[in-house]
Design a protein around this ligand. Structure first.
Ligand code: SF4
Length: 97
């Protein structure tokens, strides 16, 4: 079986998301933060997959460390980033005809 096929099968596995309150596939968790995985992925998936190994291989060591071993953001920092993202979305939407 090819690596791509293995990833496709893993992406289809589902678990209950404690943040969303319903089932989500691993493929969602793997890209929950844009191109990066959800910071809770190790906790949520360790019972189903060798998730640390999979994500470390998929992301590379630098990105893996940034996601899972980086300094956690403060609530204010998260809020400010959400506001900036919303401003960008609104700015983009208001540019449309
Ligand atoms: S890894 Fe994140 S998105 Fe995926 S189930 Fe856990 S909390 Fe939800």
């Amino acid at each position: 079986m090819e690596n791509h096929d293995i990833l496709v099968r893993m992406d289809a596995l589902e678990t209950r998301c404690p943040k969303l309150g319903h089932q989500v596939p691993f493929g969602y968790c793997r890209k929950e933060s844009g191109a990066l995985p959800c910071s809770k992925a190790l906790v949520c998936w360790s019972h189903r997959l060798p998730v640390e190994l999979v994500l470390r291989k998929f992301l590379g060591d630098e990105a893996y460390e940034a996601v899972f071993n980086g300094t956690p953001k403060s609530r204010i920092q998260v809020l400010l980033e959400a506001i900036e993202a919303a401003k960008e979305r609104c700015g983009t939407a208001s540019d449309r005809p």
